[in-house]
Write a protein that binds this ligand. Structure first.
Ligand code: DGL
Length: 270
C-alpha cells in the first residue's frame, strides 16, 4: 500500500493537487515537481516521455500505486506510451492517469455553440491530443487552439501580475478569439494557467466560460477510485501530504506555498 502520486513539470500541478486533496482528503499524497527541467511544453516527444517516465518511476519507488500526471504536456506526450509499453512490464498492479480525458469527455457540458478554444503549451497543441480526444466524444464540436509558450515561464517565475504577463496573456487570448467569434468555452489546457486566471478573465469577454481542470480531474479521480477497488485498496488513508522537487528545496518551498495556498515542506529528489 502507499500514497497517491501527483506529478507535474513544476508548480502547475499544485492547482490540480489542491482540488484533489480538498475532495479526497482521506488519502495520503506525494506531489513531485520536476522544477529542475521545467518547462516541458517546448520539448520533443522523446524528452517529455523520458523525463515523465523517470518521475513516475520515482513515485513508484516511493510506494505509489497510482500516479496522476497533473500536466497536460506529459499527458499528451507520455501517458499513452507509459500505459501501453511501461506499465504492462510491471509485476504488480499500478496505474498512471492523465488530465486530458477527464476534461474532454465532459466538454459538451460547457458549450452551447459547439465552438471550444484550447489554450495550452506548444507541445500539447502540436500533439493534437485535445482535438482528437474531443472529436472522439463529440465530433460536432469545433476546436480552436492557441499555444502560449510564455505563460509557463511567467508562472514559474512568479511574474503573474507583471506588465509582461498582461502583454502575453492579452496577446494569446486575442489570437485565440480571432479564430472564431463563436467560441463560448475556453479550456485552460495547462495546469499552470489557472494561476493566471485573474488576467485571463480580464481579457476574455464575460459570455465565454473559462474552464480550469482542477475540480474536473478531482471528480474524475474520485469516480476512478470508486470503480477500481483493486487500486483503491492499495492507497493508504492517513491524510498526509509530502512534496518533492528535483530543484532546490528552499525555492520550491517558498513558491509552492504561494501556489498551494498553505505552507509546504519539501524534499529533494534527483
Ligand atoms: N503544467 C504543464 C501542463 O499542464 C506543463 C508546463 C510546462 O512544463 O511547459 O502542460
Amino acid at each position: 500500500m502507499g500514497p497517491i502520486g501527483i506529478f507535474d513539470s513544476g508548480y502547475g500541478g499544485l492547482t490540480v493537487f489542491k482540488e484533489i486533496s480538498l475532495m479526497l482528503p482521506q488519502y495520503d499524497y506525494i506531489y513531485l515537481g520536476d522544477n529542475a527541467r521545467v518547462p516541458y511544453g517546448t520539448r520533443s516527444y522523446d524528452t517529455v516521455y523520458h523525463y515523465t517516465l523517470e518521475c513516475v518511476n520515482h513515485l513508484f519507488d516511493l510506494g505509489c500505486h497510482l500516479v496522476i500526471l497533473a500536466c497536460n504536456t506529459a499527458s499528451a506526450k507520455a501517458l499513452r506510451t507509459i500505459q501501453q509499453k511501461d506499465l504492462p512490464r510491471l509485476t504488480d498492479i499500478r496505474n498512471v492517469l492523465g488530465v486530458i480525458r477527464p476534461t474532454t469527455e465532459i466538454i459538451d457540458q460547457f458549450t452551447r455553440t459547439n465552438h471550444v478554444g484550447i489554450l495550452a503549451t506548444s507541445g500539447t497543441v502540436n500533439s493534437q491530443s485535445y482535438v482528437l480526444e474531443i472529436h472522439k466524444f463529440f465530433p460536432q464540436i469545433k476546436v480552436y487552439q492557441e499555444a502560449c509558450p510564455m505563460w509557463v515561464p511567467l508562472v514559474e517565475n512568479n511574474e503573474m501580475e507583471s506588465i509582461g504577463a498582461r502583454y502575453f496573456v492579452k496577446q494569446h487570448i486575442d489570437r485565440l478569439l480571432q479564430q472564431s467569434a463563436e467560441i463560448d468555452a475556453i479550456i485552460l489546457a495547462c495546469t499552470h494557467y489557472p494561476l493566471l486566471l485573474p488576467l485571463i478573465k480580464e481579457f476574455t469577454p464575460e459570455n465565454i466560460q473559462i474552464i480550469s481542470q482542477g475540480n474536473i480531474v478531482a471528480r474524475s479521480l474520485a469516480n476512478y477510485l470508486y470503480r477500481h477497488s483493486e487500486i483503491e485498496t492499495l492507497c493508504t488513508k492517513h491524510g498526509t501530504k509530502q512534496f518533492f522537487t528535483t530543484e532546490n528545496i528552499e525555492n520550491f518551498k517558498e513558491k509552492a506555498s504561494i501556489f498551494y495556498g498553505l505552507p509546504v515542506e519539501a524534499q529533494q529528489i534527483i
